[in-house]
Ligand binder design. Structure first.
Ligand code: DGJ
Length: 732
């Protein structure tokens, strides 16, 4: 051992000994209550990942895992491999130094462990190139109770000229399963969050975005890996991760098979997509990558979801504990065709439903270029005088007078060429100067990198809040991706465009949050194009899709629920679909309930049922929003679906059940209520029924032991297609 290495180890021990998890050993253990990621530093001061999986009782046990094999194969679990030197597979980092040298070596310099509170421990591993004044630090946060770990990287240097960052991952995770299966979520407009599962073949597979904004439109930056094809809800190993980033991302999976040095292993490399973004890092500048958020369990996908949901509510989303607002939105009821009187009448509809808020959608602005369809007005955020002569302030006061909160739609990053804003600032758009402008939905993206545009976008929100301080909610839309991307503001530095845009987006959101901490905001991007945790740090919830057909929604909400909790998933009842109003409401109630209908068109019976459903939702909202989700019957493998939320004391549960397509060739599904307390007894009662209708569930009102509900289950009773039922289970 060199004397340098002695110094390094003693320094690490010092720091580790100072930390609470300190033991006089050389493992760097990043652990939660049930899982652990463990590193060691080898004799070359390289970071080695020696373990990921279930938390073990002793530190020594981590060192025993594969120890012999590892000693013979020093590159087995490279912790953060770099390009241009000796590692020849897909690296985590690649740079071009100021002198043009493309090689990077990272030696561990310093490890710091700090317990922030009972739940969070921070571990920073700082590494440096032995030849160049170039540093990176891996920052881990482990959330003990949630069983979630986050990791991100910061990079800086003191070289004479800028260093080009060609690749800059947020993490590098090794998993040594022989035949891993990857599930990821792909999609398109109205087909978001389709799940795809496949065995990873030897080679590199990636899910990525080059869309700039609306980045999750084709792939969500989330995935899970299992050691076998069929993932189970209640048992089995699952590793799951998501990148919290609102710009271009790239998550690579390199599956090595029969590799002489490294055996069979999977490397997961999540980070910003370097596509058109080889970042010039100035001396002294600190570059920060987004967080990669992950969890591991042996208890199946359901446990993974509950881990992510708890982490999200406690840390990942904006104001996780703020009560979410049920609402009536006018988009699908009116589209652009409305005026002040019509809106005030719609307020009465919201009142009749009993929801918390009225949300005014697209079409309220633009005068010289009125927003009567999607081709004009974006950028001119003044109320249209013809439609709304008394302005937004008046509307929000009317809503307040009727006991409703008021929300409003905006799309502040976008511009129609038919707008006063465009005539005034033609240079405020992202568009290649020497190419024809490529419009999408007749609009362009504003050059948010320009500080003047940032002020303008902030001003859209600020000025609305000045005119109507009682605005409680904004739906922030984003209806195109970037193409021909060129920022007039950046001039010759176009390779910074995608990254600087995302930084600018966060900067504006930071300003908004500082000034308007209680404002509720919905993330929308032609539906689910911005569903990811980078933006959710600023937003309470999201609109997962413009597809509101209830059967499609059952699947979409199920897939979305794997990573995102119910209180973030806006689910609106609309005219889409020929299913009954009850069915639509029962589906929407399992997310964050809203309506997008013309209430006047409801019969009095329908209205009474809708009112009852809203009242039930408001009563059980804490269970749906903060309870534990148990997915019971999968709409992906059967023609049925059932899920249940259980409160933290397992005293109250709300159970949803749906049948979907024709069932001629089907068997009835097993309906076991995993998640209840086996020691308790529960009375089961159907809700959301019209006054004169009795439950067709034979056991309605009966008391069952938790044990029998878990192990024996209930008899499935929705035997015709498109039937639904919602039950409350109360412990007695
Ligand atoms: C797309 C959104 O997904 C819709 O809900 C609606 O707000 C429209 N934009 C308005 O233009």
């Amino acid at each position: 051992m060199t004397s340098k290495f002695h110094t390094l180890i003693s320094c690490i021990l010092c720091v580790l000994i100072a930390g609470p998890a300190a033991v006089a050993q050389q493992n760097i253990t990043i652990s939660t209550d049930h899982c652990a990621l463990v590193y060691q530093i080898d004799t070359n001061r390289q970071l080695q990942q020696i373990y990921i999986g279930t938390k073990l009782i002793s530190q020594a046990a981590y060192r025993d895992v594969n120890a012999d094999f590892r000693n013979e194969n020093p590159t087995l679990g490279m912790g953060f491999p770099t390009g241009g030197a000796t590692y020849l597979n897909e690296p985590a980092m690649e740079v071009q130094h100021a002198d043009g040298n493309m090689s990077l070596v990272l030696n561990v310099e310093h490890v710091q462990v700090k317990k922030i509170n009972d739940d969070i421990t921070r571990t920073d591993i700082q590494m440096k190139d032995p030849v160049y004044p170039f540093w990176i630090t891996l920052h881990f946060e482990s959330y003990a109770k949630e069983d979630v770990i986050t990791t991100r990287t910061t990079i800086h240097h003191n070289e004479d000229a800028p260093v080009i960052l060609d690749r800059f991952a947020s993490a590098f995770i090794n998993i040594d399963w022989n035949n891993p299966y990857l599930t990821h979520f792909y999609g398109e407009y109205e087909k978001e969050m389709e799940m795809s599962t496949a065995k990873l073949q030897p080679g590199i597979f990636s899910i990525q975005s080059k869309l700039g904004v609306r980045t999750a439109c084709n792939y969500n930056p989330s995935f899970f890996i299992t050691p076998q094809q069929a993932v189970k809800e209640n048992e089995g190993a699952v590793f799951a991760g998501t990148l919290a980033y609102s710009g271009n991302f790239n998550i690579q999976f390199e599956q090595l098979q029969l590799n002489i040095d490294m055996g069979n292993s999977l490397r997961i490399i999540p980070g910003i997509n370097a596509y058109a973004s080889h970042y010039r890092l100035q001396r002294g500048e600190v570059f920060e990558t987004p967080k990669f958020v992950f969890s591991y369990t042996q208890k199946g996908l359901g446990q993974i979801s509950r881990n992510f949901h708890r982490w999200a509510i406690n840390y990942g989303i904006y104001n996780g504990r703020q009560k979410r607002l049920t609402l009536l939105n006018n988009w699908e009821a009116t589209y652009f065709d409305y005026n002040q009187d019509k809106l005030v009448n719609l307020f009465d509809g919201a009142k009749k439903l009993g929801v918390d808020m009225f949300l005014l959608d697209d079409g309220w602005f633009g005068n010289t270029y009125p927003r009567n369809n999607s081709s004009a007005g974006l950028g001119d955020w003044q109320a249209n005088k013809k439609k709304l002569p008394s302005g937004i302030g008046y509307l929000s006061r009317q809503a307040t007078a009727k006991g409703l909160k008021f929300g409003i739609w905006i799309e502040p990053e976008m511009i129609n060429p038919s707008s006063e804003l465009y005539k005034k600032h033609p240079d405020w758009v992202l568009a290649a100067p020497n190419r024809p402008k490529h419009l999408y939905r007749t609009q362009l993206v504003l050059d948010l990198i320009n500080p003047a545009v940032q002020d303008f976008v902030f001003g859209v929100i600020d000025s609305l809040m000045q005119q109507a301080p009682s605005i409680a909610y904004m739906k922030w839309d984003c209806n195109r991706s970037m193409d021909n991307a060129y920022s007039p503001y950046l001039g010759k530095e176009q390779n910074a465009l995608y990254i600087r845009y995302t930084q600018a987006y966060y900067k504006v959101l930071d300003r908004i949050r500082k000034k308007y901490p209680d404002l509720q905001m919905m993330l929308c991007a032609s539906g689910g194009g911005r569903v990811e945790y980078g933006a959710l740090k600023y937003f309470q919830e999201f609109w997962p899709s413009d597809n509101t057909y209830p059967v499609d929604r059952i699947r979409l909400q199920w897939a979305t629920s794997i990573f995102y909790p119910a209180l973030t998933i806006c689910a609106h009842v609309t005219a889409a679909g020929r299913e009954s109003l009850k069915y639509k409401m029962d589906v929407a109630m399992s997310g964050k309930l809203g309506f997008d209908i013309d209430v006047q068109k409801l019969s009095s019976d329908q209205l009474a049922l809708a009112r009852q459903t809203v009242d039930n939702y408001l009563q059980y909202q804490p269970v749906i929003n903060y309870g534990d989700l148990y997915r019971l019957v999968s709409p992906y493998t059967t023609n049925f679906s059932s899920l249940m939320y259980v409160d933290s004391t397992k005293s109250t549960a709300i159970l949803f059940a749906y049948s979907m397509e024709t069932m001629q060739q089907d068997t009835w599904p097993e309906w076991k209520l995993y998640g209840l307390d086996p020691q308790k007894s529960y009375r089961i009662k159907e809700i959301n029924l019209p006054d004169s209708v009795h439950s067709s569930f034979k056991e309605d009102g009966r008391v069952f032991s938790g044990e029998s509900l878990i192990h024996q289950g209930l008899k499935w009773f929705l035997k015709r297609k498109e039937q639904s039922a919602v039950f409350i289970l109360e412990a007695i």
